[in-house]
Design a protein around this ligand. Sequence first.
Ligand SMILES: Nc1ncnc2c1ncn2[C@@H]1O[C@H](COP(=O)(O)OP(=O)(O)OP(=O)(O)O)[C@@H](O)[C@H]1O
Length: 596
Amino acid sequence: FQKLQKEQVVAGWPSWLAAVAGEAIKGWVPRRADSFEKLDKIGQGTYSSVYKARDRTQKKIVALKKVRFDSMDPESIKFMAREIVILRRLDHPNIIKLEGLVTSRNSCSLFLVFEYMEHDLTGLASLPSFKFSEPQVKCYMQQLLSGLDHCHSRGVLHRDIKGSNLLIDNHGILKIADFGLASFYDHHQSMPLTSRVVTLWYRPLELLLGATHYGVSVDLWSSGCILGELYAGKPIMPGRTEVEQLHKIFKLCGSPSEDYWRKSKLPCTTVFKPVQPYKRRLVETFKAFPPTAVGLIDILLSLDPAHRGTAAGALKNEYFTTKPLACDPSCLPKYPPSKEIDAKLREEARRREAGGARSQRVNLETGGQKLPQVIPVHNANTELVTSVQGRRGNSHSKSRSELLNHYQEEAASGFPIDPPRHSQAAKEVGKDRMDHNTKRVSHSGPLAPGVGWTKAGKKYDDMNVISTRADLSTLSGLVASRTSLSDDSRDKLGPSQPKATDQVAKSSESHEVSGSARRTYRKQHTHSITGSHQLEKGRAKEPVLHGHGFNGNKIHFSGPLLVPSNNMEQMLKEHDRRIQEAARRARLEKARLGQS
Ligand SMILES: Nc1ncnc2c1ncn2[C@@H]1O[C@H](COP(=O)(O)OP(=O)(O)OP(=O)(O)O)[C@@H](O)[C@H]1O
């Protein structure tokens, strides 16, 4: 082992990487930073900044993902390296290809080199002038499911399937990206995994109920949400909090059978089980969609994970065998470039945000025309970016720090790490990531305009038939929540980007449940709230679920754990009230900062 480590250092790898993540770099040599010319910043993730760059050696454009971690902390390195190990395990036309790593013996940073992808599904769906045709939706879904089938056949769960992680190149090829939350899994689901994965709107029931033994079905649920979204033109279950998400699932998919509740040993079932069952209304809600699409959505959004089938099975569904068939990717329209413009406008918005109330006044005075003056963009792209900016804001309640805390999962992943000696170290990593470094990002959002064949302009309501035409005005009201990032001065790939100072909404609390099921658990997650619902920077608490009170950061649950269904409505009202209260405080605070 030490010999291999030495060899890797000789090959040019930094010792901190070779020491703890040898498998991630095995057989590779690091690429030199000066063999790339950094162009635009095109993406900002929870644990990364992504740049468009020119590969001087290969003479092509690539994406460089600069991953953030603490090179002094082995756990942090191992966690980051898992993404690399997983990416290297995969090899499929519908999975993003990791082409190399950029670092050097004396460097503390690491860049992942990817093939460059011009678009993502969320961005394309946000194009106001485009509507996806049915063959096009089928084409994207086919590629998504093929990529997923490959992941699953190699023992990998993606665990964050959503439109912004589905990248699309200029030839119409879709590739699944962002394996930062991915994990290896065993088919028997014997090893526990964390339930704190998958962006909220795409998160299946069992994870919301705290499941720790799950499999490919979590990705299939997310795919069902994507399919529904592509037809509806908006996210089909856009919950703002976990409780609201559950409620949306119950209203659309019905509540689980008595048998499900009885058999499932999920931690939160007693808390969330409604007294009156909810009827499944999926078919009538989506009655404007083609029947075969509804049939597949119905399977993918099965409450029981076992009924969701497999990606391979979904590919054989009659949805794909009925005319109109999926088109060939090469037949898909060519879209205008958006990533750089998207990134520049985000940056511009950030600057304006940083300028506070004063610059807001300036924008008002100029009739909001400031942006196009700074960045000359094609009209269509201006619209595109507006809606893209909108759709990037979404409740993204994932916690990589919690993943980091989840040692069993690391073990299940097959990633070669030592068993934890003391869990506190990892907790500190998680804490550090949350508090000092990343604070997590809320991101991604709706896949905007739907296929658009019926009922234009119908108001969206969970219980109403969902319109198949997007209301873009609601989308552009979404606000992305971004992390405050510290730029690495050791970044050798060119001048560092200005610091992102977008608002971060963070929620962190521990719930203490008293009564027969007394237990304590911590959860930390981020909310990105739409429009005026921005949460204040700092700690915004989730609502009390059932007549319990806050005590500092703890919520004490006492009394019956069974929540009567009418309390769900009450609970949601309370949610809204708290969110609005937080938003009001945030506005006041912003105004105060603007004055000072
Ligand atoms: N190969 C690529 N080509 C073009 N753009 C890319 C590529 N990879 C990533 N991006 C852009 O960068 C963004 C962030 O990348 P990625 O999702 O991998 O990072 P992350 O830190 O894991 O983000 P997240 O917080 O969204 O999970 C993406 O949403 C995408 O827009």
